[in-house]
Design a binder for this molecule. Structure first.
Ligand SMILES: Cc1ncc(COP(=O)(O)O)c(C=O)c1O
Length: 352
């Protein structure tokens, strides 16, 4: 019945999210979720919203949450845009700020949602190959463009670009928007948010899905100068005025305010990452330096797809990408608890 479809829909290649299997007792290391639960204060805040007030629409502007995020980052609320997960914030940024005559630029190995947004919004793009070491080379982006977007740390490689390099990119690219997707920055990188004050073309996008352990709540946000935020609001209010429900606004605010808890779970993930990398290297894996809550690793003697399938038979799920070909030997493994990572290493020891 596809004759009812619009021409755009015929041409779409939608994003394929990591699997969310319904089976119990899996060691689930495939979608970069946090192995620890959110702050107890988040759960209290969400429970408090289960009240008669649910009959009322939520605040369309998420004012309290935006004020909390602004205080956390030392900016004003006019610099903050919130959305239903950073995927939605990204989508609005593509529509509002990256849809120009010239093609936008992003790495050939990067978050695979970017080309999907280009397809949906009919945005021309050009991919820039990562270096052989899987690093982003800023010089390659110092060319005329309609905008630039990449994650820092990059996904699925986990490699971090130094803040000084982002500053160099901004200095050489004053005329189009640079979107830095900081989904994983809290696990070891330096945020570009302080650069926003001096760079009118910089938009930094963040999520509570990873470091705040709130993938199920769907909250992401962007920090940029007010003229960029206004563009995002124009798109948002042409699409859905209430992207964050009452639970999401209250829970996200409680999480942002419970800095001690959030930093403590990040520190645990980082400590486990160090342990996991060492154990994988002992098994002969090459592991790219990771500043994220996942690692990207390959074994010189074993095929990536075969390893992922063998792990699955042992109820351990990791992510494998068949393309581009350069990353087909790799596994992307979310850093879980120490016990989950021990189970993974035990299974790999038997396989490698
Ligand atoms: C680089 C990157 N950006 C954005 C997202 C989207 O996160 P969310 O929509 O849960 O905020 C992800 C999720 O995996 C990601 O890897």
């Amino acid at each position: 019945m596809s004759r009812y479809w619009s021409a755009v829909v015929h041409g779409l290649t939608p994003y394929v999210p990591g699997e969310q299997p319904k089976l119990a007792n899996l060691v689930k290391l495939n979608t970069n979720e946090n192995p620890y639960g959110p702050s107890p204060k988040v759960l209290d805040a969400v429970r408090a919203e289960a009240a008669d007030t649910l009959r009322l629409y939520p605040d369309p502007n998420s004012d309290r949450l935006r004020a909390g995020i602004a205080a956390y980052h030392g900016v004003t609320a006019e610099h903050v845009f919130v959305g239903n997960g950073s995927d939605e914030v990204l989508a609005h940024a593509f529509m509002a700020l990256l849809r120009h005559e010239r093609p936008i630029l992003f790495p050939d190995i990067s978050y695979s949602f970017y080309p999907v947004y280009c397809g949906l919004y009919e945005i021309a793009h050009r991919t820039i190959p990562l270096a052989a070491s899987f690093e982003i080379c800023v010089d390659d982006y110092l060319v005329p463009n309609g905008g630039i977007v990449f994650p820092n740390p990059n996904a699925p490689t986990g490699r971090l670009l130094a803040l000084a390099e982002i500053e160099r990119l901004l200095a050489g690219n004053p005329d189009s928007v640079v979107v830095i997707d900081e989904a994983y920055i809290d696990f070891g990188g330096e945020s570009a948010v302080p650069l926003v004050a001096h760079h009118p073309q910089l938009l930094v996008i963040r999520t509570l899905s990873k470091s705040h352990a709130l993938a199920g709540l769907r909250v992401g946000y962007a920090i940029g100068q007010p003229h960029l935020v206004e563009a995002l609001n124009r798109v948002k209010d042409s699409f859905n005025s209430y992207p964050l429900d009452r639970f999401a606004q209250a829970g996200a605010l409680a999480s942002i305010e419970d800095r001690v808890y959030f930093e403590s779970i990040c520190a645990k993930v980082v400590a486990t990452r160090t342990r996991l990398v060492a154990a994988m290297q002992t098994l002969g894996f090459e592991v790219l330096p990771s500043a994220a809550n996942f690692i990207f690793a390959r074994h010189p003697a074993h095929d990536g797809a075969a390893l992922a399938a063998a792990l699955r038979e042992r109820s351990i799920i990791v992510r494998h990408f068949r393309s581009p070909e350069r990353i087909a030997p790799f596994l992307r493994i979310t850093v879980g608890t120490d016990a989950q990572c021990d189970a993974l290493v035990g299974a790999l020891r038997a396989l490698c």
